[in-house]
Ligand binder design. Structure first.
Ligand code: SF4
Ligand code: SF4
Length: 148
């Protein structure tokens, strides 16, 4: 359900929709990610969400990692404090189909590691039994980086 006080259709000539918004588009970013196909993929997603301040959503069969966080230039009155030097994505974003009045729902939304794991159990075949680790398997990985 939308909670906006001013509807798009009610904007008067010369008014800007952003004047009535709490800068919803400056409070997160989302990146498309590979569609998960196996246990390892879902395990990576589980790990993402364990860090908090993020979620995974699916829209029209595309999977996204959404990271919550206000842009450092967002001012207390919801205007941009870096307007003249804002990134291209901010310059080209328009109010035409923005999230001003959307209800924040997606085809699928995972906000906890348990949710993504439960989904994995529902769509994947049962896990195979683990084989014994070889010395090569235990070679140290210097940083916790997922290679996608
Ligand atoms: S573009 Fe849309 S979501 Fe972003 S500040 Fe303006 S009205 Fe709000
Ligand atoms: S640079 Fe300005 S417009 Fe872009 S996300 Fe930050 S506050 Fe919003």
């Amino acid at each position: 359900m939308s909670t906006v006080t001013v509807k798009r259709a009610d904007l008067k000539a010369g008014e800007v929709l952003c004047s009535y918004c709490t800068a919803r588009c400056c409070r997160y970013f989302a990146l498309p990610i590979e569609t998960p196909e196996n246990w390892e993929d879902f395990d990576h997603m589980r790990w993402y969400i364990m860090h908090g301040h993020c979620a995974i959503f699916v829209d029209e069969d595309v999977w996204f990692l959404m990271v919550y966080g206000d842009c450092k230039y967002l001012l207390p009155d919801y205007r941009c404090g870096n307007y003249d030097d804002r990134p291209k994505i901010c310059r080209t974003y328009t109010t035409d189909e923005c999230e001003y009045d959307n209800d924040g729902t997606y085809d699928r939304l995972f906000e906890t590691p348990e949710q993504i794991w439960e989904y994995a159990h529902a769509v994947l075949p049962p896990k195979k039994k683990k084989r014994k680790k070889s010395p090569a398997d235990t070679a140290t990985q210097k940083l916790p980086v997922v290679h996608i």
